[in-house]
Design a protein around this ligand. Structure first.
Ligand SMILES: *Cc1c(COP(=O)(O)O)cnc(C)c1O
Length: 502
């Protein structure tokens, strides 16, 4: 294919080599490839940062003048080439305008000013718009059922994004004892005529594994298809999740330039609290696209599989999952790492297949020696629970600024990075959730907890720190519980059938 064709018609392929040549909308509707791999775009525009500068830099003021929607349009049009520009603009407007905002404060990239108070809104407000267009343009008859496994935040963000959208349904599975009270209430009170929420008797990895197995179960999918439904995914294995997340790294960088935190073209370090490796992978794509990034710092909690991976090249999930105060990162299998390995290996599906087979069969894999030196864009570290608490307190005392537990993991790891390497490059730290989503941990860290429980904690945090409770959380305890389905981890298929009346 000639370069101009690739640019005009970006195609998608599986990391495992079994499927290629899909249009972006086909890849988004399918969610995961039939060979078990993840879809990735064939073409990644390396000059995007320069293009954006040319478009939006005001030479008189040295400021980059672009709205979030404008940056989103410029980034996403290179990936979703089978949408007309006008269609893409409509999707972006419907997704974000008056619903989602990104701010930079104290070197934190605040990604939680959306309906569910966590960064996942950034992609999950957009994905249903994209899927609706995909159904229309591909003349897709079946109703699409989004199956989602959640460690807390994806579920709610998917429910909010997809609720009441015609032709789409959502079923969310969450681990019964693996999400916070607020997260659980957010999901169980969800309104909408096309949404279901199920708690499963297991942890997040059980839920994710169950969903993946269902996607790969040919017989079950045939049965579902015959009944007028098609399964798809809103987890970050869907490439339609990944791409919208690139946008805020560009937007955040430009905000830093405009505020004078950095000069134009100055390199920054990006620090991301990581679970499934989706959010940090989006930053890596940003780097490929020319965004001036020095290091990508991968921050884990005590489930530190990725820290070990970046240190040794060995991915070893043979350990107990630890339930931490940052539940959205309590993950042992970081699915999106597969996409990084694919890129770093020069898009070598054979290597990816071997490693993923090892993971499946032995729960461990080791990067081939010649590849080990190619992960130098990344630095991995982790934070203990005590360090997280101490960091929340320290940041509050020094900056009068409250961060949530996930963001604190990133803050701790950034401090370790600086200490270990002496690198003083300006950081941008992804702040992935509002502190009001995890109020008990935050109040405890700040030493203001006096036995308050659940919703009383919101008021406590609000009063002591002089912060407004986000509207969507403030009303939560007054909403009726609408979902109470439970299932064992070996019952997920039956539960889906029941919910679809099959
Ligand atoms: C999902 C989530 C993360 C982890 O993001 P990944 O893309 O899975 O790495 C971190 N923080 C919060 C608050 C989240 O909801």
């Amino acid at each position: 294919m000639a370069i101009s064709n690739e640019k005009e018609q970006n195609k998608y392929q599986s990391t495992r080599g079994g499927e290629k040549g899909l249009s972006s909308l086909e890849a988004v509707l399918k969610g995961i490839s039939t060979d078990g791999g993840l879809f990735v775009p064939y073409y990644i525009e390396k000059e995007k940062y320069n293009d954006l500068k040319k478009l939006f830099l005001n030479n008189a003021t040295d400021k980059v003048e672009a709205t979030y929607e404008q940056v989103a349009f410029e980034i996403m049009k290179t990936f979703f080439t089978d949408l007309e520009e006008e269609e893409l603009k409509v999707c972006i407007g419907r997704a974000y305008t008056d619903k989602f905002e990104v701010k930079v404060k104290n070197n934190f990239l605040e990604l939680y000013h959306g309906p569910t108070c966590a960064f996942k809104d950034g992609a999950l407000l957009f994905l249903p718009q994209l899927m609706t267009e995909a159904r229309r343009k591909l003349n897709f008859q079946n109703e699409i059922v989004i199956l989602t496994a959640t460690s807390g935040d994806t579920g709610k963000a998917a429910l909010e994004g997809f609720k009441d959208i015609a032709g789409l349904k959502v079923i969310v599975f969450y681990p019964k004892n693996g999400v916070s009270k607020i997260q659980e209430m957010q999901m169980r009170t969800q309104r909408g005529n096309n949404v279901d929420v199920v708690s499963i008797d297991g942890n997040f990895d059980d839920a994710q594994k169950g969903v993946k197995e269902i996607f790969n179960d040919k017989k079950f999918n045939e049965f579902i298809e015959k009944s007028g439904y098609s399964l798809s995914s809103a987890n970050s294995i869907n490439v339609g999740r990944l791409i919208p997340q690139i946008v805020y790294y560009f937007y955040g960088y430009f905000q830093m330039v405009n505020k004078g935190d950095i000069s134009l073209d100055e390199k920054i370090n990006i620090v991301v609290p990581t679970g499934n490796f989706g959010n940090i992978l989006a930053a890596y794509y940003g780097k490929i696209m020319g965004l001036p990034i020095n290091k990508l710092i991968c921050a884990s909690n005590e489930n530190n599989v990725l820290t070990d991976f970046f240190e040794t090249g060995v991915y070893d999930k043979r350990r107990e999952l630890i339930l931490t105060q940052s539940p959205s990162m309590d993950i042992l299998v970081s699915s999106n790492l597969e996409r990084l390995i694919y890129e770093v290996s020069g898009r070598n599906s054979e290597i990816v297949n071997n490693l993923m087979n090892d993971l499946q069969e032995r729960s461990i894999y080791s990067i081939p020696t010649e590849l080990k030196s190619k992960f130098t864009d990344f630095w991995g570290g982790y934070a203990t629970e005590e360090e997280v608490y101490a960091s929340i307190k320290k940041v509050y005392e020094e900056k009068n600024y409250v961060i949530d537990t996930h963001t604190a993991v990133a803050q701790v790891v950034y401090e370790k990075y600086k200490h270990n390497t002496g690198d003083t490059t300006v950081p941008l730290i992804a702040s992935t959730a509002s502190p009001f989503k995890f109020p008990e941990s935050i109040c405890k860290a700040l030493g203001i907890l006096q036995g308050e429980k659940d919703f009383a904690l919101l008021d406590l945090l609000s009063e002591k720190c002089d912060l407004d409770i986000p509207d969507s959380l403030e009303e939560l305890d007054k909403l009726p519980v609408l979902h109470s389905t439970e299932c064992r981890k070996d019952e997920m298929r039956d539960t889906i059938k029941k919910l679809l009346n099959l």
